[in-house]
Design a protein around this ligand. Structure first.
Ligand code: SF4
Ligand code: SF4
Length: 96
């Protein structure tokens, strides 16, 4: 999967992901700190299927080395990624 487009000054239309989300930093503002629950990925269980990437409404998940990675600066803790994961590899942990 491609790295974040926001790190590039220009990009082509074809580089924009074909899904419901776009990318952290474009449609949402940095919101780290007000989440009440946080998605934690079990890297052993993750098979890199990209379902969480496709469904995350804030576009804060990337697939790196065939594993999901979450940008916690922008994740709002909605839990959709956890619900959609076919391997139950994402657990929502309550912030202490
Ligand atoms: S949906 Fe689950 S298994 Fe698929 S990439 Fe995301 S964390 Fe990994
Ligand atoms: S909890 Fe919501 S915002 Fe955070 S990574 Fe999962 S789907 Fe995206």
């Amino acid at each position: 999967m491609r790295p974040y487009l926001r790190d590039k000054k220009t990009f082509t239309f074809e580089e924009i992901p074909e899904d419901t989300c776009f990318e952290a930093g474009y449609l949402v503002t940095e919101n780290s700190g007000w989440r009440s629950v946080t998605p934690k990925i079990d890297a052993q269980a993750c098979i890199g299927c990209s379902q969480c990437y496709l469904y995350c409404p804030d576009g804060v998940i990337t697939i790196q080395d065939k594993k999901a990675v979450i940008d916690y600066d922008f994740c709002k803790g909605c839990g959709i990624c956890s619900k959609i994961c076919p391997k139950n590899a994402i657990e929502m942990e309550r912030a202490i």
